[in-house]
Structure formats: C-alpha cells, structure tokens
Design a binder for this molecule. Structure first.
Ligand SMILES: *Cc1c(COP(=O)(O)O)cnc(C)c1O
Length: 431
C-alpha cells in the first residue's frame, strides 16, 4: 500500500475548515475519546489502512454496514458490473424486485418491502406509515434506542415515562437544537426492557429488538413478547428497528431469533453491502397505504439504486446459515478474549454478545436500561480505545457503540485482536 503524502492531522485540519467538525457523521470526529481521527485510504477484509499507511484490524466495519469484510471481491464485482450499465435511471429495475424478494424470503413478516436510501429514511417513513394507517399520532420509543436522526425520534432519552397516562407523560423533549418541541410532543419515551402501558392514542411502538446503540443490551425475557401483546391490546403497531440486527444477528434477524412478528420492520446497514440503502417492510395491508396505492407519501430519486441493490444482493449472498454460524462462533471467541483481557487487568467489565454483535460495558454488572448503560466508565473506554488503536486495532470511537466482527475476521485476525486486547488492557489497567 502506498501512503499518500498527507497526514491524518493535515487532512483533519483541512476537513475542519470546510466540513463542520471535519466529519460527515459526528461520532467519527473522536470527540468522545479525544485525539485526531485516522483518515482511511483503503480497506480489505478485516483491515483498513489510513493515509499515513498505518494498518488497523477493523471492528468498526462501517458501523455494521459491512459484513463480508471491506472490498469483498464479490460485492465489488457486482458494483462494477452494475455501474457499467448506468448508475441511476428513475425507472424500476429487476434487482429491486430481487432484493425485496430476498428480504421477504428471510423475514416473512415483510410481505411487502420498500427500498429507501438510509436507515433514517426507513424509520422516518415507517413512523409516517404507522400514523397514516392507524389515524393515531403518538409514538413510543425507548430510552437509549437510536432510530436515525428524524425529528420525531430524536427525543431526549432522559425524560423516561413508564406509561402513557398524559398526566405523567409530558411528551419527549427534543434531543437536538432545531427540533421544535411540536415535533416531539407525540413522542413518548419509555425505559428499555419495561413494557409500557399503552392506550388507544398510540400509533406505534418502535424498538431496537436488541439494543446496540447504548452498548449492547439484550431484551429481557418477555420484553419483546410483552410489547407485542400490549400493542395488540390497544391496536398499536409494533415496529422493529432492525437496521443493525437485520441480516446480522442471523438469517432472519432479531424477529426470527426471538420469534416475534412485528407489524413493520426497518433495515439498513447490511442490506446495502456498504452502499446507501435502507428498507422497511411489513404486513401487505399496511404497506399498501403507501403511495401510489394509498395516501401515505414517500419517494426517493435514488431509492432502489442499481449499484446499491447490486451490492446488497451480493452481500446477502455471502450470508448463508453456515456464514452466520461461523460468524457467531468467532464473535463468541473474541468477546471471551476481551472479557479475559479486561478481567486480567483488574478492569470491571461485562463483555456481552448477541449473535455476532459484541458490546463492552466498563462496569461491574450488565446493563438492562439506558440509565444502567450510562454508568459505563467513558474515560476508561477512551483509554482502552487509544491503547488498542496505537497497537493496530480499531474499535468505534464511542463507549456506546458495539463491535462488528464480520466474515473476514478469521482465526488469525481474532487471535491477534485478543493478544492486542491483553496488551492494551494491561497498559491501562488498575495498578
Ligand atoms: C444506524 C441506525 C439507524 C440509522 O441508519 P442510517 O443509515 O445511519 O440513517 C437507525 N436505527 C438503528 C438501530 C441504527 O443503528
């Protein structure tokens, strides 16, 4: 690999001059861990190289958008072949049908599917559809769950309410400047892992069936089934945000793993093979409320894009049952290695897995809620992050992100990361 002549610092300086914070998605700026982000020049399999030629064993994997490893030859070939035929037409194409059929084959609750261009668009539109189909306005989300950056779902996680009695439920508080209070007055926030009591004003409950944006928090026994039952009781729709868990937890995502059938599901990340894709799907009678059949509007110039559908189909093609089995095995080994490394260094930590997802909680007990998750030792995570990065292992630069080992993380890569984890933990451990 030939390094370009620039440095991470020089690029970051230039970037900050022309891009707010120097990045196009905030977590990449390293604000929560400090230091200068590395600028990636290229990636291959489990590795990325920065513009200075430093090599990292990469557990970020585009925050889960990559499952087969960077620049997987089959994915790249599919993109190249598609690009040769043109990059966007504004007319339907065969691969959109193939990808929708493939999603339905793996996730039967998705009787119909619509492609969009990001996970944010998927959740935003699923919400609109739920409101349009039920004629109700209120939405319930859970503290610590992330559903992209649409206004209605960017409500502050602190204002948790256990149930929807309006007297106790003043509505969400905007989680961002620029979101008017009116945009979240119908957003109610409940603590994760408690089934809220709903009423007939609720259009939908949206949930990460395995929470992977507050570290990794497993659904408690009965939580998802309880949501299903409570939604049915009041006629509200249950939306699974499977943008991370879809096609990663296993063949049929979290809804297969936990045997719960949501009304609507949202996807992104894996199904784009590293290109810009989101999708949502669900019961046909609900999906048929979408334009052009029904009155709920949604559209997109690049929706179902030919390159993105080619990449997504190629990525899903890598993900057969054997692939998930081996992926989950590797992740289990990696998690045990991290746990042993941290434990050996006297660092209180719970390293959890869900399928192939891994989360590190730097505290003594496994979190069940966002409040629990936030007790993680963020300063120590920053130290661990830098100790690993210096030694050539890249975690995400934030204590609430999970690790995304993929199909390219073979035995040798996993062994090397575990070895590095031991060195890094020893370097930052309690004296
Ligand atoms: C990443 C993510 C989103 C948003 O997807 P984008 O493609 O970044 O817009 C939504 N929900 C969950 C659970 C996610 O992890």
């Amino acid at each position: 690999m030939t390094a370009s002549r620039t440095t991470n610092q020089a690029l970051f300086d230039r970037a900050r001059d022309v891009i707010p914070g120097g990045v196009n998605s905030p977590v990449r700026a390293f604000n929560s861990v400090g230091g200068t982000p590395y600028f990636v020049a290229r990636g291959e399999g489990a590795r990325v190289w920065d513009v200075e030629g430093n090599e990292y064993l990469d557990l970020v994997q585009s925050y889960g958008a990559i499952i087969g490893g960077h620049a997987h030859p089959k994915v790249i070939e599919a993109i190249r072949a598609a690009a040769g035929d043109g990059t966007s037409y504004g007319a339907p194409t065969e691969r959109e049908v193939l990808l929708a059929e493939e999603i339905r084959r793996r996730v039967p609750s998705c009787q119909k599917v619509r492609m969009v261009s990001s996970g944010t668009e998927a959740t935003m539109t699923a919400l609109r559809l739920a409101r349009g189909a039920t004629g109700r306005n209120r939405v319930v989300k859970f503290a610590g769950n992330y559903h992209g950056h649409g206004d209605a779902l960017l409500a502050e996680s602190g204002s948790a309410v256990a149930h929807l009695d309006p007297a106790h439920s003043p509505g969400g508080v905007p989680g961002s400047a620029g979101v008017p209070a009116a945009a979240v007055t119908d957003t109610v926030i409940a603590p994760y892992n408690d089934v809220p009591e709903l009423d007939d004003t609720v259009a939908c409950v949206i949930v990460e069936p395995v929470a992977a944006n507050m570290g990794l928090v497993q659904p408690a026994d009965g939580f998802l089934a309880g949501l299903r039952a409570e939604c049915d009781r009041v006629g509200a729709l249950l939306i699974f945000d499977e943008v991370i868990t879809g096609f990663r937890l296993g063949w049929g995502g979290a809804q297969e793993a936990f045997a719960i059938r949501p009304d609507l599901s949202c996807f992104g990340k894996v199904i784009g093979g590293g290109l810009n894709v989101g999708a949502f799907g669900g019961r046909a009678d609900l999906m048929d409320h979408l334009a052009p059949l029904g009155p709920v509007y949604q559209a997109g110039t690049l929706s179902g894009n030919p390159l993105a559908t080619a990449a997504g189909l190629a990525a899903l093609d890598l993900c057969d049952h054997d692939a998930y089995r081996s992926l989950i095995g590797q992740a289990g080994r990696l998690a045990a290695g991290f746990q042993a490394a941290l434990h050996g260094a006297g660092i209180p930590a719970v390293v959890a897995t869900a399928g192939p997802l891994i989360g590190i909680h730097l505290g003594a007990t496994a979190p069940r809620t966002y409040a629990d998750a936030r007790t993680t030792d963020e300063a120590r995570y920053a130290a661990l992050f830098h100790a690993l990065l210096q030694r050539g292992v890249a975690l995400a630069p934030g204590a609430y992100e999970v690790m995304f080992p993929g199909l390219a993380h073979d035995d040798a890569v996993i062994d090397r990361i575990i070895e590095t984890a031991h060195e890094a933990a020893a370097a930052i451990g309690s004296p």
